[in-house]
Design a protein. Structure first.
Length: 278
């Protein structure tokens, strides 16, 4: 039933048993590191609860996440998308499913509003909270939900999955950087960033050998504004105990975020790394 979900065998077993026995909780909290498949499994679980193939087209399903123009999930959004809707009976299924992604972003007012629903939910309602930070929740929220903990996907399992499904071989450094996050791995593949990350690997090797000419040729061919590249360079430097150099990357990220001149910022960063790399 969850064959397309990578890893998380124990968690899948728990959910399969609840579906088989009809013992589905009114509220769940899926928690664990980012990008490891919590929301993907939650959506598959929702499909089976509602007995649908296309979840997005179901009138009995709602997906709630932070609005782009907001810093958190506010009470008005919870009222509109959940509380005002929850007491309307299901249309095409016996249940209604609400998934709140990045639920740690629910502000205190939103959590208090949600709490009242968690305390006395309608019989047909299933609410699934997805989070990577339990400390953001009110203790009363934690006590009201069925908690399911998720761990990172094993490195070897992730490597095989990527090879079989995308015909891509990540090197050991990339696998370490991805750190069990299938979401990050797929994002890198789907956004055609792999070549950029390969260039960062080559740049590091050139920098560590103090080869200024070759380093200049490589870094001039890299667009450091591509999402994740400076993070990856910082990761490599840290992983090789070049802690001082990571500070130069951090400063470059801040300066670029503040609209600093790209060429000046990157040139300065590379020169400082060359002077200090071990």
């Amino acid at each position: 039933m969850f064959e397309n979900i990578l890893g998380h065998e124990e968690q899948k077993k728990i959910l399969l048993e609840s579906l088989k026995n009809g013992n589905i909780s009114h509220s769940y909290l899926f928690f664990g590191p980012k990008g490891i498949g919590k929301c993907t499994l939650a959506k598959e679980f929702a499909k089976n609860i509602l007995s649908v193939n296309n979840l997005e087209s179901s009138p009995d399903y709602r997906y709630i996440s932070k609005k782009e123009d907001k810093k958190d999930i506010i009470i008005d959004q919870v009222r509109k998308d959940l509380i005002d809707d929850i007491y309307e009976a299901p249309i095409s299924s016996d249940r209604k499913v609400y998934i709140i992604d990045d639920a740690e972003l629910l502000n205190i007012s939103a959590q208090n509003a949600l709490l009242k629903t968690l305390e006395e939910p309608p019989e047909y309602v299933v609410i699934i909270l997805i989070s990577h930070n339990l400390s953001s929740f009110l203790p009363t929220i934690i006590s009201r939900v069925n908690k399911i903990s998720f761990n990172k996907v094993e490195e070897q399992l992730l490597k095989i999955y990527i090879k079989n499904n995308y015909d891509v071989d990540f090197n050991e450094r990339m696998l370490k950087y991805i750190d069990g996050s299938i979401g990050l791995a797929v994002d890198i593949i789907n956004s055609n960033k792999i070549d950029y990350f390969d260039k960062i690997d080559k740049l590091y090797l050139s920098l560590s050998s103090k080869n200024f000419v070759n380093s200049a040729l490589i870094y001039k061919d890299i667009d450091f504004l591509v999402d994740g590249l400076l993070d990856y360079l910082e990761f490599i430097l840290f992983d090789n105990s070049n802690f001082l150099c990571t500070k130069f990357v951090e400063k470059a990220k801040i300066r670029l975020k503040n609209n600093g001149n790209y060429d000046i910022v990157i040139d300065s960063m590379i020169l400082k790394i060359l002077d200090n790399i071990m």
